[in-house]
Design a protein around this ligand. Structure first.
Ligand code: FAD
Length: 260
């Protein structure tokens, strides 16, 4: 089999197609694995879709779509919702026109088919949600609760993320320290720091795409001021990291490309 053609990408950008492919994969594949949604899993889905409806940094038509799915889920008074009913709601939006009919990866493309893709898209989505929530909060008088976004993501990972080993590791990190996060800016930094811990754990293992080595991120060429030194030892400049994240995961840094 011929290796996939790697499209040239700019690593300083976020690609809308990665975010949309991730949404498609979440709604059609991961959630669709459960014929009936009920109990804590249904609550986790409602909470996650509600956060997507608030903070997903998408095109207006996709945000409207998420908003209606959120409202639809919240109107479901029954204790269990068959996935087929949710599917009808998704189909009524001609979702295939809004979102790709299958996942197409750009910034998350791997050098071979089994590398990167959805887990990469999921990280990008999670970072984007925390950054969007932090940016919304800067304009609000009544500050939103950072735990709302964090716990919604935690619930999604726990009840839906198909990589069960990843979900177990993530749940351990969440249980140990997520409750300590008290502000939206800290939520952004919590995700940055935990993602780097995962990178450190996985560096050099079989899940690493040799063309995308697992590094402590962001590298100097993306954010030089993020890297500091104290008495010769490397340290992160947290203020610079926050500033960098608010630019890197901002709406204006998302590239819209064709689906073909
Ligand atoms: P990813 O780590 O997926 O990162 C995607 C992109 O995000 C990178 O290309 C880079 O642009 C950017 N990035 C990198 N680091 C950071 C950072 N610190 N902050 C912000 N942006 C960053 N795989 C396992 O084998 N075992 C696990 O236990 C495991 N746990 C996971 C837990 C979660 C919640 C998720 C979403 C994934 C997990 N994975 C795990 C998958 C793994 O982390 C990678 O997503 C996968 O190997 C693909 O790697 P990647 O090269 O695309 O980079």
């Amino acid at each position: 089999i011929a290796p996939p053609v790697i499209k040239p990408i700019d690593r300083s950008k976020i690609y809308m197609l990665d975010l949309e492919s991730t949404l498609h994969y979440i709604l059609r594949i991961e959630v669709g694995k459960f014929k009936v949604l009920e109990g804590e899993r249904l609550t986790a889905l409602k909470n996650f879709v509600s956060v997507l409806a608030k903070y997903y940094p998408g095109q207006p038509v996709v945000r409207n779509f998420l908003h209606t799915i959120d409202v639809w889920l919240h109107w479901q008074q029954r204790k269990s919702v068959p996935y087929s009913s949710l599917e009808v709601a998704l189909n009524s939006w001609k979702e295939g026109v809004l979102l790709p009919k299958k996942s197409v990866w750009v910034g998350c493309q791997g050098s071979e088919a089994h590398f990167r893709g959805f887990p990469c898209g999921l990280w990008i989505l999670f970072h984007s949600l925390t950054v969007q929530a932090a940016q919304h909060n800067e304009y609000l008088q009544q500050k939103a609760d950072p735990q709302e976004v964090l716990q919604a993501i935690r619930g999604y990972v726990k009840f839906f993320f198909g990589c069960r080993e990843c979900a177990t590791h993530f749940e351990q990190m969440a249980a140990a320290s997520m409750y300590r996060v008290k502000s939206m800016d800290d939520a952004v930094l919590w995700f940055w720091n935990r993602h780097n811990r995962v990178n450190a754990r996985l560096a050099g293992t079989a899940s690493e795409d040799p063309q995308f080595p697992k590094i402590q991120w962001p590298p100097r060429d993306l954010c030089n001021p993020c890297h500091n030194e104290v008495q010769g030892d490397p340290v992160w400049n947290l203020g610079a990291i926050l500033k960098f994240f608010k630019n890197h995961f901002a709406l204006r840094n998302i590239v819209i490309t064709s689906r073909n």
